[in-house]
Design a protein around this ligand. Structure first.
Ligand code: PEP
Ligand code: MG
Length: 570
């Protein structure tokens, strides 16, 4: 038996046979040719460019159906790279000035940008070099009229490659490919992200030695520790069978949880809801047994527009969500632009601290007409289901008074116009700033419901930027300061007889969720994919004791304060 180690990129265990991927991405350097008619060559480039764009569009649609909006957006990134005018002009100029073939001009131009990306310190951005390589190779294939390499001919393949391009990962046939190993790459690459989404175990950065594994060698891959065993011995085989047995049991438990009501062991109802960004997320949310939608990030609609979306466009979108949910309660958050969610048409001053700047409800209140448009669209859609409207980034009771006044104005306008509205629209506030948490007793008198946005509440409480990897270890939802604030909020809200949920990502962390349940939280809202595990957790938690009974029936240790790395649900 021989053992190789690399960086774990996608968890799980797999067995299969070493299957080398020939013609690895790095090897594909096109031949340089001199052309006599550069303008003809430029026309050839544009034709290939159009074909590549169309191919990316259909790959995007395919991936969106398969994996949802978030993961498929990689193809939108590729489209944007392909549509980049600077890159296009660079290619055209090289063909014209150097009189070279389009393939080589594409390769040269892409190399410049790839080198630029590759020199960036931030690992995530550095990995975008692989995306550009993917795009330029697609263009070259279109120029050569060749198609993508078949990646998965052998059954039970463990793919071994120099590196995998994101589009190759998305097209890996899960039926045939059991895992993949790459010599290079990073766990932050899109290929690794996609592998996790598709639940294909993967190990990256294994070094060039893996190229010497003979084709067809039996392998066992441990994607959790980044270990590969070639010609595994009895002990490793026994370990592997136990591990897959456990995974099967886990799957069975989750489907059982789907058929059971979300009550804790001591009988308390805790709803498990879905956070959605697009209509595609709804299907997964329903399939996974959501008790409703706990957060609709309406700003995504704004981010996909080139101007403020009009009332009709918004109404159609909100109505689709409400009718798809067939009476289940849907919380739609009003537009939460700003910070990392920017739109070109909202041009403000350059901000030194965007997280503390012009975002959320501040933007809505600065543009009351636009806000009224959204409120009118929401209220019109309320006739088609159970709508709750939620306001983000609140810091004061006055802001709540103002937004409710505008909501009343929108309702009065519609009534005067004879337009139908639902009669049970509820209003709520997000608790995502320490100010809102501290003042929650006052806010609790003003609206019907609350949802704690831990993504922001944690960053503002601990002064740890949620998007800065340098301070990621400080960003801890289980920090006592955060937990105390949340306890205070839930108490204040319950005292007024109102309900309080959590819709930040912390709800996916088992230790955090168990604590929130003990504190009396009424609902937890998570990305659709995380719903089954959370249902299982709710149904196996004793809310009085604050203990989660794992599958063995024994309480899981509930440590007083853990780093998020310990308790992420994965
Ligand atoms: C939050 O802050 O927890 C939240 C759900 O909002 P967003 O992540 O969209 O800022
Ligand atoms: Mg937030």
């Amino acid at each position: 038996m021989k053992i190789w180690k690399g960086t774990a990129a996608s968890g799980g265990a797999a067995w299969g046979y070493a299957t080398h991927l020939r013609g690895d991405p790095e090897g594909a350097i096109p031949v340089r040719r001199t052309v006599t008619d550069p303008e003809m060559e430029i026309a050839r480039f544009w034709e290939a460019h159009g074909k590549a764009l169309a191919e990316l569009e259909s790959l995007y649609r395919l991936a969106r159906e398969d994996m949802g909006e978030e993961e498929s957006s990689i193809f939108l990134t590729h489209k944007a790279m392909l549509a980049d005018e600077e890159l296009q002009n660079d290619v055209v100029q090289r063909i014209r000035e150097k009189k070279i073939n389009a393939e080589y001009a594409v390769y040269e131009a892409a190399q410049v940008y790839q080198t630029l990306f590759a020199s960036i310190e931030d690992d995530y951005l550095r990995q975008r070099a692989a995306d550009l390589q993917d795009v330029s190779q697609r263009l070259c294939r279109k120029l050569e009229n060749s198609s993508e390499q078949a990646l998965h001919k052998r059954k039970d393949a463990i793919i071994i490659a120099q590196d995998l391009l994101p589009s190759q990962t998305i097209q890996l046939n899960k039926e045939n490919v059991n895992a993949f190993l790459t010599q290079a790459g990073s766990p932050n690459s899109h290929a690794a992200i996609l592998a996790r989404t598709r639940e294909i175990p993967a190990i990256v950065a294994m070094g060039y030695e893996i190229a010497s594994i003979p084709e067809g060698t039996p392998l066992i891959v441990d994607g959790d520790t980044g270990t590969v065993y070639a010609n595994p011995d009895r002990d490793i085989l026994a370990w592997f069978y136990k591990k897959t047995e456990q995974a099967d049991e886990q799957r069975a438990l989750l489907s059982q949880a789907l058929a059971t009501e979300n009550r804790t062991l001591d009988g308390r109802k805790v709803e498990v809801k879905a956070n959605i960004g697009t209509l595609q997320d709804l299907e997964e949310a329903l399939a996974n047994g959501c008790d409703g939608v706990g957060l609709t990030r309406s700003e995504f609609l704004y981010m996909h527009s080139t101007q403020w979306p009009d009332e009709e466009q918004q109404f159609t979108y909100y109505r689709s969500i409400l009718s798809t949910m067939k009476g289940r309660r849907v919380i739609i958050r009003t537009c939460d632009l700003g910070m990392d969610k920017k739109v070109d048409y909202l041009k403000g001053a350059q901000e030194e601290n965007p997280a503390l700047g012009f975002r959320g409800i501040r933007v809505s209140l600065a543009y009351p007409d636009t806000f009224l448009t959204q409120l009118r669209a929401l209220l019109r859609a309320s006739a088609y289901g159970s709508l709750s409207i939620m306001f983000p980034m609140i810091v004061s009771p006055e802001e709540v008074d103002r937004v409710l006044e505008l909501a009343r104005e929108a309702a009065e306008q519609l009534r005067a116009e004879g337009i139908a509205m639902g009669d049970d629209v509820q209003y709520g506030v997000m608790i995502e700033t320490p100010a809102a948490a501290v003042l929650s007793d006052i806010l609790a008198k003003k609206v019907d419901f609350f949802s704690i946005g831990t993504n922001d509440l944690v960053q503002y409480t601990l002064c740890a930027d949620r998007v800065n990897p340098e301070v990621a270890q400080l960003y801890d939802p289980c920090h006592p300061a955060v937990l105390r604030l949340i306890e205070h909020v839930i108490e204040n809200i319950h005292r007024e007889g109102k309900v309080c949920g959590i819709c930040g990502d912390a709800a996916t962390i088992p230790e955090f969720a168990v604590r929130a349940i003990k504190m009396g939280i009424d609902s937890l809202s998570v990305p659709p994919r995380k719903i089954p595990k959370l249902r299982h957790l709710v149904q196996n938690t004793d809310s009085n004791k604050g203990e989660y009974y794992g599958k063995s029936g024994n309480p899981q240790p509930n440590r007083p304060h853990t780093l998020k790395a310990d308790c992420n649900m994965g």
